[in-house]
Design a protein around this ligand. Structure first.
Ligand code: FAD
Length: 307
């Protein structure tokens, strides 16, 4: 069971220092996080959109400890949005935001995160795009959903993420499957206790299907975040059964994972959005990708040995 151990390491400062300093880390990291700056990620966005894909951009850096860092995170998104707007990419690229990066875990964090995310949502709307609030560990979700509801009063297109592994999520899906809402369903990437989350992969997949059904039969806009071929096929079936046209839902996958499938779904006429993370503080994001597929860790370790 390597996954949980890697997720535990993703919270360790000592491991962060070791992994970040390892000379061979960079090429492996680049597979999932293809740039550190706006200048490096813009050509990636242009390349993806030329191929008929859409993009959601995540500036990595969830582990902040000061209010100043939360402001810097807000400013990084504002800079990104300004550049996308200048290039006319507003209709192709949206933002994914982790509220922890906007200060949610600091004292007074709920208000701070809301104050930081609001100008980002406003700026996104001004260039014709939107923001989706990522789901982090379960202790943060009541605050995330409250911020989502608050933002939707002025910007109803603001999206949020729900995680199939949590027991609470079916109820959240029912509440969110309303007209105009944009909801990304994912399996869930954090280490969660058995009191709140399914631990068994098959149970998580079954919950994912139940939740997709709620979203597809609802009145919102479902965003299917998964690389799992079975779930993608079931999503297509559920969409057909619910009478949805191809532009009434979308698929989303992570940059660097099953790239050929991104192109296949887009070629079939589906909306396909690639979640593209960039920035310097990539440790937490990178470790979650290793935890999802232990073969990634073996590849990483092998590259350290053969270097
Ligand atoms: P899995 O059963 O894990 O994988 C299915 C297949 O996909 C695997 O067999 C493998 O071939 C491939 N695959 C999956 N992951 C990897 C990997 N890391 N490396 C290589 N191949 C892989 N989680 C959250 O908790 N909160 C979020 O806000 C969030 N946002 C996301 C946004 C998007 C667009 C996506 C796609 C995922 C997001 N996740 C988020 C992560 C998600 O919760 C899962 O951890 C991740 O998607 C793996 O689950 P899966 O559905 O792809 O299925």
């Amino acid at each position: 069971m390597l996954g949980p151990a890697i997720l535990a390491a993703s919270r360790s400062d000592k491991m962060r220092r070791i992994v970040s300093a390892a000379p061979v880390t960079k090429p492996v990291v680049n597979r999932f996080i293809p740039g550190e700056t706006v200048d490096q990620v813009i050509p990636i966005v242009e390349d993806l959109t030329r191929k008929g894909l859409e993009v959601t951009l995540d500036v990595v850096g969830e582990d902040i400890t000061t209010v100043e860092q939360s402001h810097a995170a807000r400013d990084a998104y504002l800079e990104l949005i300004e550049r996308l707007g200048a290039l006319g990419l507003g209709d192709k690229a949206e933002m994914s935001v982790k509220l922890s990066m906007f200060g949610q875990a600091l004292p007074g964090g709920h208000e701070l995160a809301l104050a930081n995310v609001r100008p980002v949502v406003e700026a996104a709307a001004a260039i014709g795009t939107t923001v989706t609030l990522d789901a982090e560990d379960h202790t943060t979700l009541d605050s995330m959903f409250a911020i989502h509801e608050e933002l939707r009063r002025d910007f109803p297109q603001t999206g949020c993420v729900i995680q199939a592994y949590l027991f609470r999520t079916e109820a959240d899906a029912r509440r969110l499957a309303a007209a105009g809402s944009r909801v990304r369903i994912v399996k869930g990437a954090y280490k969660e206790p058995a009191e709140v989350a399914y631990q068994d992969k098959a149970e998580i997949d079954k919950a994912y299907v139940r939740i997709m059904k709620i979203l597809m039969e609802g009145e919102g806009y479902p965003m299917i975040g998964s690389h799992d071929p079975r779930l993608i096929a079931i999503a297509q079936e559920l969409a057909r059964a619910a009478g949805r046209k191809l532009d009434e839902y979308e698929f989303q996958m992570l940059y660097g994972i099953r790239g050929e499938e991104h192109l296949r779904l887009a070629a079939e006429g589906h909306r396909m959005r690639v979640y593209t993370a960039y920035g310097t503080d990539w440790y937490g994001y990178f470790m979650r990708r290793l935890a999802e597929k232990p073969a990634n860790l073996l590849f990483f370790l092998r590259s350290m040995i053969t270097k």
